[in-house]
Unconditional design. Structure first.
Length: 376
């Protein structure tokens, strides 16, 4: 149901087990005049809502619209407030970067420099809190990759300090340039500028079908608006055990160039990379270059394949696989890899250790293996 800053922060909060300690951390960030409270609520689906209490009163998106007379804050003032927080510099720099995205979008909408933009609703302390909490929680989670689905922006119009505006509001539409989003039948604003900017800044990829591993935890953030559908945002924490296979056919690279591309994939962290000789149209000899990688690294290796090969297209598969549990131990100066599972146990001396011994003693690999096996 779109994206708002408080709902995103609430969904991220739910991904943590020790909520009591985490709430204490959030309240120690020194947000001005602010106390954060956590409530487990339900909108047909149970989830969390973080209440931002400012001077004893909770502000809502609806109360913001009554503050159009309130002096707006410039970006420099917002960044000044963020700088006073007792948070890591990375959290503060991320929060300021999110606000910079909003400032650029507002500036484009109003035809003025970003530094001259007045934040009205977005300059309120609770909006600063939403951005800061999202930044803090994402940095605490420290995910390898963040993937977002296309965003539901709602429909109709929204009333704000600048009057009645169409959904998505001009600033939101500017932020969402390059981001997949769609309108729905729900006649209200579902994606706020704050929510859009948080996702634009932190998401590494937007896709309908993320190729990821198993779900470890689900966080549900519940909004305050009562809608015809559950007003929630969900955050999924994945265990990146999924594997993706990327492959491309190449008929216009030399063997040396293809070998360099393969070596680059392995050097950059591919689980495996191999080259298969094939025949293409008109019987032309060619290569099929295949990369196996963690599903979370799919975008990274897609870019590397386009950069280091001449291919114009890449195929992507999500294969299932069976693996043995592996561990290493050292014996007699050599690394032994032990693999076990499905009623099978295998042990193998690492080849680099065999090679080192063979070169050191000027003997064959076979003799080196016998010597190490005797020591074992």
């Amino acid at each position: 149901m779109g994206a708002a800053g408080d709902m995103l922060a609430s969904a991220l909060f739910e991904l943590f087990e020790d909520k009591e300690s985490l709430l204490c951390e959030l309240n120690s960030l020194s947000l001005p005049h602010t106390e954060i409270e956590y409530e487990q609520v339900s909108d047909e689906i149970s989830g969390a809502h973080l209440h931002i209490i400012i001077d004893g009163e909770e502000e809502t998106p609806h109360s913001h619209h009554n503050h159009s007379h309130h002096h707006g804050r410039h970006l420099s003032e917002v960044c000044g407030i963020i700088d006073t927080l007792t948070a890591d510099e990375k959290v503060k720099s991320d929060a300021k970067a999110v606000y910079s995205i909003i400032a650029e979008a507002e500036a484009s909408a109003h035809g003025k420099p970003a530094g001259e933009v007045h934040f009205h609703e977005l300059g309120m302390i609770d909006a600063i809190a939403d951005v800061t909490l999202c930044s803090y929680l994402i940095n605490k989670l420290a995910p390898e990759r963040i993937i977002c689905s296309p965003i539901n922006v709602g429909n109709g119009s929204v009333k704000c300090a600048h009057g009645v505006l169409p959904v998505p509001a001009p600033a939101t539409a500017n932020i969402l340039q390059g981001v997949p989003y769609y309108k729905s039948d729900i006649q209200t604003e579902l994606c706020t500028p704050t929510g859009a900017a948080v996702l634009k800044y932190f998401a590494d990829e937007f896709t309908h079908t993320p190729a990821l591993g198993g779900v470890k935890r689900v966080g549900v953030g519940v909004g305050t608006k009562k809608l015809s559908q559950p007003n929630i945002v969900r955050a999924f924490l994945f265990d990146d055990c999924g594997i993706t296979e990327l492959s491309c056919n190449i008929d216009d690279m030399t063997g040396e160039e293809a070998a360099f591309a393969s070596e680059t994939m392995l050097r950059k962290g591919a689980l495996d990379c191999f080259i298969t000789p094939i025949f293409m149209k008109k019987g032309r000899p060619a290569y099929m270059l295949t990369v196996l990688c963690k599903s979370g690294d799919c975008a990274k290796f897609t870019q590397l394949l386009f950069e280091h090969t001449t291919t114009l297209g890449i195929r992507r598969y999500s294969p299932s696989r069976y693996t043995l549990e592996r561990e290493f131990r050292e014996e007699a100066g050599a690394q032994i890899k032990r693999s076990e599972g499905y009623g099978t146990v295998k042990e193998k001396i690492e080849f680099e250790d065999l090679k080192s011994l063979a070169l050191e003693k000027d003997i064959s690999i076979f003799e080196a293996r016998k010597e190490l096996e005797k020591k074992d």
